[in-house]
Design a protein around this ligand. Structure first.
Ligand code: HEC
Length: 153
């Protein structure tokens, strides 16, 4: 009987230790910055990341339109409500992030509604991408830095 109690005790001790270990591993992987190494698996791409990709493609295309002297509009390039989409890392959903998103929204609406200065207003939109990405997700900055009209390629 004594032996039995002893082995139950040892077994449960091992179980507790094993659980602690697996929790450690989990919280470690949560710490990794998904933005620095965007996931390549299409099944794992969260809605916010997908909207960001669409936005970046829109910007590539708007840049070419504006360089060719064409106007851009919100029918071809609608505002993506990425701030209400599920992110890869939910810890970004804090006040500063939403403040950045608000400034981005204002700049984007201004681009689409003020047709006089679209080139200048486009540059202001890209500055907002850079602003938020400097604080939240620096991985895509390399791509974003190629979006201003002044970028030579
Ligand atoms: C308010 C903050 C904010 C603004 C503004 C913003 N982004 Fe992002 N961006 C993020 C966050 C956070 C992620 C990570 C999303 C995720 O993984 O769910 C991201 C991810 C991305 C990605 C990587 C998507 C992928 O493949 O995983 C690209 C590219 C990107 N953004 C481009 C842009 C461009 C271009 C703009 C401006 C037109 C912009 N972003 C504006 C916060 C922002």
């Amino acid at each position: 009987m004594r032996n039995f109690i002893y082995s139950v005790f040892v077994l449960s001790l091992f179980t507790v230790l094993a659980c602690q270990d697996s929790e450690k591993v989990k919280s470690h992987s949560d710490d990794e910055e998904s933005c620095v190494n965007p996931t390549k698996d299409p099944n794992e791409v969260k809605p916010m990341a997908l909207m960001m990709r669409t936005m970046a493609n829109y910007c590539d295309s708007m840049r070419l339109d504006l360089k060719a002297g064409k106007m851009v509009d919100s029918i071809k390039y609608p505002l993506m409500p990425f701030w209400s989409a599920e992110p890869t890392d939910s810890s970004v959903l804090e006040k500063t992030y939403f403040d950045h998103a608000e400034r981005f929204k204002v700049a984007y609406r201004n681009l689409m509604s003020n047709r006089e200065n679209q080139k200048e207003n486009y540059e202001l939109v890209i500055q907002q991408c850079v602003q938020c990405h400097s604080s939240y997700c620096s991985g895509p900055l390399k791509r974003i830095r190629k979006l201003p009209l002044s970028y030579q390629n």
